[in-house]
Design a protein around this ligand. Structure first.
Ligand SMILES: [Zn+2]
Length: 578
């Protein structure tokens, strides 16, 4: 019997899958495209229909339909498997009894979230008051259903008891972030969300990973919004609200709209803008979150389309975070526009009170972020040229600096000069200073963007190898020498202690009935070695940049040559085996 992975591959060609994400062109017997995993102007990303694989000569990204979906969507293997299985119409076999009992913790947490979501949805149906409130905000019934909005009663243990009845353990309920343990260990756990309208947050494959609860009856002391804490399935830096529903539309329309709140998002979708995503409950709206995380958050959006329109209520603190995200988006070579909103009005108000045409106009009239900021400064300091000049230098030039191309930089400088009557050469001088000042930051963002995919790739090879070894170890007759795999991996296994069940599952569905497992394992070790060499090469390259001269430089160059030689050897070794 074929493994589900093989079945899916028989039904879905790599061409079909990849071209549903990016535009492919013919290149001889292969297909090519601009790589979605790194920034480039000319295509170096190739798809081989015969082999069912892709390879990028620019950044080394490579793999099959599963790795492509994982990397593109930022999903784990199971998420990608479920998505592709649905698409291929392949029924994933129900798990065997043992497998069911040994479900990984993550699996159980996903189930707990799903159960909680159903429970909240049921509550809402029975709560006329909450339903009326949502309708008064402009939501129609279809939106309420589509976005699976729910309600958490104002009570201490309703959800907790419900989940216990369904067989979830205290630890699972706590780890899912749905209930908390009181300080007094003798007391029972209590629900985290009480008296709130519940918005489930899903990952890009649609699995519920968190909730955001909006207070229903304001008691004056509880936070207006309460979000799930970080859990094994929810890391605030990787989920944008609505991404599962927006991704197709972002790709089709070639731009995304980034709003702040859930209401903004749902009403925008309801108004026909299904390419809207929201920062709520995620890293973009949190200034304590590192740049790397904002970068990884924007990564998926950028892969879908490099055009983004930001919309936020200019009065709110959220504006700063959105503007910050805008600057990072610029550094990632995205085209960033801002919707000009009437003061004190958010998109939800605009759509529900003024109507869809007003929202459409606002989006149509959105301005490039630099122009938007410039207009604001000029308006605020109409009568004080000196202050306006200082604001331009401090608040706007850093954005000009973030723009990638020098032609565009010049274009914006000229625009600022014309509008503010600051001489162009003065602006150029200031920009040079800022380039120096932000040099480190700019590099850092660019590197963060690249490193993320690189680390991820090495991680995946390690995980695959470890999964195969763990799986083989459970079999009465193993077909590969799992002991040697463990040995070669050394203590890397420690990193994945908590996800062993997931790794075994992945190995099993990928490799059952695979007669070439031994060969595959050898190939994976070669890939791993290559990734290690690449990492080392990158390090040496930046060392060389810092010290290109003298004995030191010579030595680094020699080391680089040795590393390149090693890479060649791996390649040649592969060829001679074939
Ligand atoms: Zn690439």
């Amino acid at each position: 019997m074929n493994s589900p992975v093989l079945k899916i591959k028989e039904r879905l060609s790599i061409e079909e899958v990849v071209s549903s994400y990016i535009k492919l062109e013919k290149a001889g017997t292969n297909l090519k495209a601009r790589c979605p995993f790194h920034n480039e102007k000319t295509p170096s990303f190739f798809v081989s229909a015969d082999r069912g694989t892709y390879y990028c000569f620019g950044c080394g990204a490579s793999g099959d339909i599963f790795t492509f979906v994982e990397e593109f969507e930022g999903l784990d293997f199971k998420g990608a498997l479920q998505m592709l299985a649905d698409r291929a119409g392949v029924q994933l076999e129900p798990l065997s009894k043992e497998a069911k009992e040994n479900k990984s913790e993550k699996e159980k947490l996903y189930e707990a979230m799903q159960e909680a979501c159903l429970y909240f949805e049921n509550n809402l149906e029975k709560n006329q008051e909450a339903l009326e409130y949502l309708k008064s905000r402009g939501l129609n019934e279809k939106s309420i259903k589509d976005f699976r909005i729910g309600f958490a009663e104002l009570d201490w243990r309703l959800l907790y008891s419900h989940l216990k009845d369904k067989g979830f353990s205290d630890t699972e309920i706590e780890h899912a972030g749905l209930a908390k343990k009181p300080d007094d260990a003798n007391k029972a756990m209590y629900d985290r969300f009480r008296g709130r309208i519940m918005f489930p947050i899903a990952d890009s494959s649609g699995r519920i990973v968190a909730f955001s609860g909006r207070i229903f009856v304001d008691d004056g002391k509880s936070a207006k919004y309460l979000n799930s804490p970080e859990t094994p399935i929810f890391s605030k830096n990787v989920v944008l609200y609505g991404i599962d529903k927006a991704k197709d539309s972002i790709r089709k329309n070639n731009f995304s709209i980034l709003v702040e709140g859930q209401m903004d998002l749902i009403l925008s979708h309801q108004a026909g803008y299904r390419n809207t995503i929201a920062t709520s409950g995620t890293a973009l709206s949190d200034s304590t979150v590192s740049k790397e995380n904002v970068v990884s958050n924007l990564g998926l959006v950028r892969r879908l389309s490099s055009n983004i329109v930001l919309s936020f209520d200019a009065d709110k603190a959220g504006a700063n975070a959105t503007i910050r995200a805008g600057k990072i988006a610029l550094s990632l070579n995205m085209d960033v526009k801002v919707v000009e909103m009437p003061e004190g009005v958010d998109p939800a108000d605009l759509i529900s009170k003024t109507g869809i045409p007003a929202w459409r106009e606002a989006i149509k009239n959105s301005k490039h972020i630099i122009e938007f900021l410039l207009n604001k400064v000029l308006k605020n300091y109409e009568n004080d040229g000196r202050k306006a000049g200082r604001e331009i230098k401090e608040k706007i030039l850093p954005f000009v600096n973030a723009v990638g191309s020098s032609i565009e930089k010049m274009y914006f400088l000229k625009k600022i000069s014309d509008a503010s009557s600051i001489p162009l050469d003065a602006l150029q001088d200031d920009l040079k200073k800022i380039e120096q000042e932000f040099k480190y930051e700019t590099e850092e963002i660019k590197e963060a963007g690249e490193t993320l995919t690189k680390i991820y790739r090495k991680d995946r090879i390690e995980r695959n190898l470890l999964g195969i070894a763990l799986w083989q170890q459970t079999l009465p007759e193993s077909v590969v020498d799992f002991k040697s795999i463990f040995e070669k991996l050394g203590d890397t296994g420690e990193k994945y202690k908590d996800s062993e069940e997931d790794l075994i599952f992945e190995a099993e569905v990928s490799h059952t009935s695979n007669e070439n497992l031994e060969k595959d394992v050898a190939e994976m070790f070669l890939n791993l070695e290559e990734e290690n060499i690449n990492e080392e090469l990158n390090k040496k390259m930046s060392e060389l940049k810092r010290e290109p001269e003298g004995e030191k430089g010579k030595k680094i160059l020699q080391e680089i040559n040795e590393l390149i030689k090693k890479k060649e050897d791996i390649k040649n070794g592969r060829l001679s085996k074939k």
